[in-house]
Design a protein around this ligand. Structure first.
Ligand SMILES: NC(=O)c1ccc[n+]([C@@H]2O[C@H](COP(=O)([O-])OP(=O)(O)OC[C@H]3O[C@@H](n4cnc5c(N)ncnc54)[C@H](OP(=O)(O)O)[C@@H]3O)[C@@H](O)[C@H]2O)c1
Length: 335
């Protein structure tokens, strides 16, 4: 056993790419477990794109790591010393003890035997669960549909693609090298893979590989990849906004609307065209008409007289000249 505990401390919030000095490796005494506590030695530390988010003070789903604190991270640890009857030295368990070699914990989830330990940090850990719930719960894949996944050779992406194959979908991966693309198709059963770094026209490549359009986009990349995907959506497509790694190091917000809050707030954006609801207009009228008659719903109209004014009146919609519904009154109402 070492006689010190090496830890990575967050010293300052990175600007753009993480730079030397943003984090500092320090040595501290190995902590001593108190009554009921357990000293664990870290076996594996999970490195995740979200580490970069946690280092920043951007809007996020957990508080950022405070400056001066040990960097946060999921870990797999072995018990070294236990003052807790439920844990014996040698027990291996899931922990969340961050970027350090030793930690004191009150407990942890012991692992079932059977698989190599890294499996519990990947396919059977948070990344596997992300793929599983994101695809099945939000994406709702149906047999025969086309699924596109970005960062497809990464931890989450490669599991997404394989689950989608189990569900009978056509699966197209997007990855950043020919070797990764080959691996996706040859070894992981993807139907096709696109190297986004060498493909000049991603829209055309996606159109070629997804001739019926994209039913599910499992979005890990964001930015230009997402833009190309959006141009190839099929009717009633679902976009699972899992991550936007292309933006985590950005120093200035990319142009256009930011989807960061959509991700962080688990918001939903859904296309909507009213003609789909024509069969339900009776339902609408039955509820709305009484609301209007009882004065529960008020409505404004801006009425312009004369067909000859139609075109100039139309302009009011773009200048804000109307309040409420803009109408042309073509002729007098019957007396
Ligand atoms: N919502 C959640 O709860 C949740 C949970 C876990 C992960 N995530 C998100 O899921 C995504 C994947 O995470 P992961 O843990 O599985 O990491 P990962 O995919 O194993 O690693 C990241 C990969 O992203 C690719 N990449 C990096 N920069 C890129 C860019 N500018 N454009 C396109 N691809 C880029 C790289 O592969 P290439 O060689 O292909 O470029 C890299 O290997 C991330 O966005 C992460 O934030 C979300």
């Amino acid at each position: 056993m070492r006689n010190s505990n090496r830890q990575w401390i967050l010293k300052r919030r990175p600007v753009g790419d993480i730079k030397p000095g943003d984090l500092e490796l320090v040595e501290q005494p190995i902590p001593v477990p108190g009554p009921g506590q357990i000293l664990v030695r870290t076996l594996y530390l999970s490195l995740d794109p979200t580490n970069r988010i946690w280092m920043s003070d951007m809007e996020q789903y957990m508080p950022p790591v405070n400056l001066g604190e040990v960097m946060r991270g999921g870990t797999l640890s072995v018990v070294v010393q236990s003052n807790n009857d439920g844990f014996q030295p040698g027990d291996v368990m899931n922990t969340f003890t961050g970027w350090q070699e030793y930690a004191v914990v009150d407990g942890g989830q012991k692992l079932p035997p059977g698989l190599p330990l890294p499996a519990y940090m990947s396919v059977l850990g948070a990344t596997g669960a992300t793929a599983y719930f994101g695809l099945l719960d939000l994406g709702k894949p149906k047999e025969g549909e086309t699924v596109v996944v970005s960062a497809a050779a990464g931890a989450v992406g490669q599991i997404v693609g394989q689950i989608a194959k189990i569900k009978g979908c056509r699966v197209v991966g997007i990855a950043g090298s020919d070797a990764k693309c080959k691996h996706l198709v040859a070894d992981l059963g993807f139907d096709a893979a696109i190297n986004y770094k060498t493909t000049k026209d991603m829209r055309a490549a996606l159109k070629r590989e997804c001739p019926n359009g994209i039913d599910i986009d499992f979005e890990n990349a964001g930015g230009e990849i997402l833009a190309a995907v959006l141009d190839n959506l099929a009717m009633k497509a679902r976009i699972v906004l899992c991550g936007m790694i292309s933006q985590y190091n950005a120093q200035t917000p990319p142009p256009g609307p930011s989807l960061t809050n959509v991700l962080m707030k688990r918001a939903r954006i859904e296309g909507f065209i009213i003609i789909d609801y024509l069969p339900r207009f009776g339902e609408f009228f039955a509820e709305m008409a009484p609301w209007v008659m009882q004065g529960k719903i008020k409505y404004d109209t801006t009425i312009v007289k004369g067909i000859e004014n139609s075109l100039t009146a139309l302009d009011m919609l773009f200048t804000g000249g109307n309040t409420g519904k803009l109408l042309i009154q073509m002729s007098e109402e019957p007396g």
